[in-house]
Design a protein around this ligand. Structure first.
Ligand code: CMP
Length: 156
C-alpha cells in the first residue's frame, strides 16, 4: 500500500452536463483527499503531451479538438493506491459497457464523450499533474478524517 496522487479531468461533456459536483462528491465520499483543483482550457500543445500514447491513433485529432473546445476541470486526488481506486470509480472507457455504479457506467453512453479522464499509472499521474498544475497549485495537508478512513498501519 502506498499513498499516491492521481490526475482527473472532467471533460467538456461532463462540464456541459453539470456533473462536476456529482463527480467531486463521489471521490470525497470514497475517502480520497482533494489536493488540487482548477478550471483550464487546454491548448493543443498540452493535449499533444497529455495524449502522447494515442498520437498515432485515428481519433487523436478529434480527441484533441474536443478536449480543447472548452474548459475542463482538472483535479488531483490523493490516497492509498489512489490510481487504481479512482480508475475503478471512473469505470471502463466505453460508457455503454461501463459497470453500473461507476461514473461512466451511471452517466455515459459514449467512447469519446466519456465524461472523465483518470491516470492509468503512477508514472502517468506524475506526468499529467505536471501538465496542468504548477508545484504551488498542489497542496499537502492533514485530512481531519484520515484516522477513520484508514487504519494507522495503512497510512504509512
Ligand atoms: P481516456 O481513457 O480518458 O483517454 C483516451 C481517450 O481517447 C478516451 O478516454 C476516450 O475519450 C478517447 N477514445 C478512446 N478510444 C476512442 C475511439 N475509438 N474513438 C474516439 N475516442 C476514443
Amino acid at each position: 500500500m502506498s499513498n499516491a496522487r492521481t490526475a482527473v479531468l472532467v471533460k467538456p461533456d461532463g462540464l456541459q452536463r453539470g456533473l462536476i459536483g456529482e463527480i467531486i462528491g463521489r471521490f470525497e465520499r470514497k475517502g480520497l483527499k482533494l489536493v488540487g483543483l482548477k478550471m483550464v482550457q487546454m491548448t493543443d500543445e498540452m493535449l499533444s503531451e497529455w495524449y502522447v500514447e494515442h498520437k498515432d491513433r485515428s481519433f487523436f485529432g478529434d480527441l484533441k479538438s474536443f478536449m480543447g473546445s472548452m474548459p475542463i476541470v482538472a483535479m488531483a486526488w490523493e490516497g492509498v493506491d489512489a490510481v487504481p481506486v479512482v480508475r475503478k470509480l471512473v469505470g471502463t472507457t466505453l460508457g455503454r459497457e461501463a459497470e453500473a455504479g461507476s461514473i461512466r457506467g451511471d452517466f455515459g453512453m459514449s467512447q469519446q464523450m466519456n465524461l472523465i479522464h483518470a491516470s492509468s499509472s503512477d508514472e502517468d499521474a506524475a506526468r499529467e499533474l505536471k501538465i496542468v498544475f504548477k508545484d504551488n497549485e498542489l497542496f499537502g495537508y492533514q485530512g481531519a478524517m484520515e484516522c477513520v478512513i484508514y487504519a494507522e498501519q495503512e497510512r504509512k
